[in-house]
Ligand binder design. Structure first.
Ligand SMILES: [Zn+2]
Length: 83
């Protein structure tokens, strides 16, 4: 899976890990050449990150939700039985 784009300034690959290190999405500097990355230039990468992260968060959310509901139903069942 390709999750990197070339830096607009030095053409070195910027990966999603680099972007996780940025304090905010609006203060981005290239980790290789320290060039300020303009928001507009980074829009494709932000879209790429959104395309990866959003389904991931939804997936995690569904997993957590089903985990919690499974746990809850087990507890409820046990409580009902003990009564
Ligand atoms: Zn660079």
């Amino acid at each position: 899976m390709k999750t990197s784009i070339p830096c607009p300034s030095c053409q070195k690959p910027l990966t999603i890990e680099h972007f996780e290190d940025f304090p905010t999405p609006f203060h981005m500097k290239c980790p290789h050449c320290r060039a300020n990355l303009k928001e507009t230039k980074m829009t494709p990468l932000l879209l790429l990150i959104a395309a990866i992260v959003v389904p991931l968060l939804i997936f995690i959310g569904i997993r957590v939700k089903s985990f919690l509901s499974n746990n809850g139903s087990t507890k409820t069942y046990k409580n009902e039985k003990s009564y």
